[in-house]
Design a protein around this ligand. Structure first.
Ligand code: KE4
Length: 443
């Protein structure tokens, strides 16, 4: 990547607009994943030509402080030397074999060592593959078909999950997608996050039918919404009492909210865990794992079929392993993510009161979100009641200041080992200036 251009107040994303127009001719919406299209916030997405540390560089040559972090992947920041070197070494030997490699064993051993509830693990190529495979396994293991998810929860785009989903689905206002067969949707039961009674009601209504409850242990796909005390332990108790499996979808929280993910932070042992993002170091990856007795049901050891041409790809394994090695060997990483998080807590925590603007900041580990609302946020309805207009105003104001938030109020902000306290203080100062502008939306 070229040396970082000095910050310039480019005349808006002229090159980006041209690229988007060209992209739309051959790619749906001009993007390969909907949330990138800025539909939730309006305006033109920034086309990126490189990244380094905590910064993106767009095609206009602008340097943007990055809180997308590839949606949580880049916990070490962009272009970490160890990851770059591991990839260079791996690519020199080949890119894909379709045959087993020792690196896959080393990565599986690292995941099993670091993620408390994972004894056996299978690599796949995305978080979606991980969650759809985990649900298939849960259905096979229990002989049951129905699955409980939570309103605003997002587990990838496989049919069973596109029922009142969060993330890009909520951003676009299609939480339940066309194309999902009614029978599939009927097997997906929807409860309210942080509301154990809503889960118990579903178990009472469908005795002996629910294979699994899949949950983001810290919700990140309706913005960052932490579990209230007792929620996760209550889910575990309900699942055990009713014969269902508890699936922690840690695609986002894994290696993000602590080294061992949410299950380590909250001391909960789910039956199955899904992972992605961080464990690929920026390359396409996913994984599902958990209790050995369950995972040994997966082909070819057992009858539950799941496969993938590029599963355990040597480049993704190399980048993921290099990332996990830094996370495991450098104790400063999670202290750093927490320290930056505390700066945000302190900064946003009192800003609303000082400015007389209803706003709530929630954070767990290295992820957080700001909601423009008076009421406490604990579930989809309370998230949906927050002001999108105010978020969008802040989003664009920060972008003009060279700070790139995720382009949706229903996403978490991510920072990295490469972000500095000065970056956070700059973000807070810029946000306060934006919130005090005369044209800040009334609601
Ligand atoms: P992928 O299939 O996108 O690798 O992972 C799906 C997934 C599963 N589970 C959780 C908890 C997730 O957060 C995700 C994907 N996260 C979104 C960001 N909110 C991906 C961004 C996008 O869709 O472009």
């Amino acid at each position: 990547m070229t040396n970082m251009e000095p910050e310039t107040m480019a005349p808006g994303p002229v090159a980006g607009r041209a690229l988007l127009e060209r992209a739309r001719r051959v790619i749906p919406g001009g993007v390969n994943s909907p949330v990138r299209a800025f539909k939730g916030v309006g305006g033109t997405p920034r086309f990126i030509r490189g990244a380094e540390g905590a910064f993106l560089e767009d095609v206009e040559g602008r340097r943007l402080l990055d809180y997308i972090g590839s949606w949580g992947v880049m916990v070490l920041g962009h272009g970490h030397p160890a990851v770059r070197q591991a990839l260079a070494d791996a690519v020199g030997r080949g890119t894909s074999y379709g045959a087993p490699t020792e690196g896959e064993i080393v990565l599986a051993e690292a995941i099993a060592r670091l993620v408390p509830a994972v004894e056996v693990v299978r690599m796949v190529n995305s978080g979606t593959e991980a969650t759809m495979s985990a649900i298939r396994l849960a259905r096979a293991a229990t002989g049951r078909s129905r699955v409980v998810k939570f309103r605003g929860g997002y587990h990838g785009h496989a049919d069973p999950f596109l029922v009142e989903a969060g993330s890009g689905a909520a951003t676009l206002g299609v939480p339940s997608s066309p194309g999902v067969p009614p029978g599939t949707a009927a097997d997906s039961l929807v409860a309210e996050y942080n509301d154990l009674a809503s889960v118990a009601t579903l178990f009472d209504a469908h005795p002996g039918e629910i294979a699994a409850v899949i949950v983001e242990p810290v919700c990140g796909n309706m913005g960052c919404v932490p579990p209230v005390d007792g929620f996760l332990t209550g889910l575990q108790r309900l699942c055990r009492e009713r014969g269902a499996l508890l699936v922690f979808d840690e695609v986002m929280t894994g290696f993000r909210v602590s080294r061992g993910g949410a299950q380590e932070r909250y001391g909960i042992t789910p039956d199955l865990t899904t992972l992605g993002k961080v464990i690929g170091g920026g390359l396409p990856v996913g994984a599902y794992g958990g209790r050995a007795d369950l995972m040994r049901m997966v082909a070819p050891e057992g009858p539950v079929y799941q496969a993938g041409t590029l599963s355990g790809n040597p480049l993704a394994v190399a980048a993921g392993l290099a990332t996990l090695r830094v996370l495991e060997e450098d104790p400063a990483v999670y202290e750093h993510l927490e320290a930056l998080g505390r700066l945000f807590d302190e900064g946003f925590g009192e800003m609303g009161r000082r400015l007389g603007i209803p706003m709530r900041w929630y954070r767990v580990g290295g992820m957080g979100s700001l909601f423009f609302t008076e009421a406490a946020v604990r579930d989809w309805p309370s998230v949906a009641a927050s002001s999108r207009a105010r978020f969008n105003f802040l989003f664009h104001g920060l972008l003009e200041d060279g700070i790139h938030l995720p382009p949706s109020p229903f996403e978490a902000w991510f920072w990295s080992y490469a972000h500095t306290p000065a970056d956070v203080e700059r973000t807070l100062r810029s946000a306060e200036a934006i919130l005090t502008r005369k044209d800040f939306p009334d609601a």
